[in-house]
Design a protein around this ligand. Structure first.
Ligand code: NAP
Length: 282
């Protein structure tokens, strides 16, 4: 029997708890989002994040800069938010325009307000095996989903497909910390199918529709599909869901799997940074 890893349901449970915790404070967690340009997918993501923040009783606002914004201007905006004691969490919406040095901008965020965990400080701590101020939201959401369904990682062979700084790379580090044996695959990986067939758990974040087909998966595999591919028939992941799911013990749907968990973790990180700053500054 295949069990659906219902990220939508778990995310609602988590955000309900966040709403209750937030109501205990007279002041509210405050999230600032900075974006540059008019990337249509980014605009949708930002709207969804703001909507969820407001549902939970957070304050949030967006600084929308033009596509031709200078790097210095972007940095200036971050420095102002760093100094503002009322702002608890800063998120730079990616991707940034090509002329901007992305990591230089991310590194300008005060680590204690780095809600995505993308600064070199927080990412470096994660790589060294120490707790960052915030864990990257998508990997954190995936681990939370696996934990909720009591899926043990210790000693398991896990193939992560995709090595980006926002998903695959931090996820591979976090899985190792849970004592999984991790293969980090990418576009130059040879014999992806063999790696997948050798895996207890496959987590795919390539952004390639139908990359994972039924012959890539052995019986009882746990499959997490992170990808969001916009196709003429709607949102699809990397997995050929209809043919692959019967072979899996657990599988995430797209949509309704990892996506809602990512937003829930962003809200959780915002609340955690808010609480942490209270303990540091008050
Ligand atoms: P990305 O930066 O484009 O990285 C894609 C990764 O996949 C790269 O490492 C790339 O390899 C690898 N790859 C591409 N084609 C491959 C192939 N045929 N075989 C094996 N590996 C391949 O993307 P990203 O930002 O990590 O996002 C990945 C996907 O997850 C996208 O669909 C995105 O929309 C989705 N996403 C979803 C959420 C969520 O909350 N659900 C959050 C973030 C991202 P190279 O390094 O060699 O180029």
């Amino acid at each position: 029997m295949t069990i659906i890893l219902n990220g939508k349901e778990l995310a609602l449970k988590i955000t309900d708890d966040i709403k209750i915790s937030t109501a205990e404070y007279s002041d509210k967690p405050k999230l600032a989002v900075i974006s540059a340009g008019e990337n249509p997918a980014s605009l949708i993501y930002i709207k969804n994040k703001q909507k969820k923040a407001s549902e939970l009783g957070f304050e949030s606002f967006v600084i929308n800069l033009p596509n031709n914004v200078s790097e210095d201007n972007l940095l200036e905006n971050i420095f102002i938010l760093n100094e503002d004691k009322n702002i608890n969490a800063i998120l730079v919406q990616l991707p940034l325009p090509e002329h901007i040095n992305k990591q230089r901008v991310l590194d300008a965020i005060e680590p204690v307000k780095d809600v995505d965990g993308f600064t070199s400080f927080n990412f470096g701590r994660l790589a060294l095996g120490y707790k960052p101020y915030a864990y990257p939201c998508t990997p954190k959401g995936i681990l939370r989903l696996l934990t909720e369904y009591n899926i043990n990682l210790e000693g398991k062979n896990v193939t992560v497909i995709g090595r980006s700084n926002i998903v695959g790379k931090p996820l591979s580090l976090m899985l190792q910390m849970k004592n999984a044996t991790v293969t980090l695959a990418h576009s130059k990986t040879q014999n992806l199918k063999e790696h997948c067939l050798n895996s207890d758990i496959i987590i795919s974040a390539a952004g390639v529709e139908n990359l994972i087909r039924a012959d890539f998966v052995r019986d009882n595999t746990v499959l997490v599909d992170v990808a969001i591919n916009r196709t003429s028939s709607g949102l699809k992941g990397d997995v050929d869901f209809i043919n692959v799911s019967p072979k899996c013990s657990y599988i995430t749907p797209v949509p309704g799997g990892v996506g809602p968990m990512t937003i829930a973790m962003l809200m959780e990180n915002t609340l955690e940074l808010f609480k942490l700053q209270k303990s540091l500054f008050l």
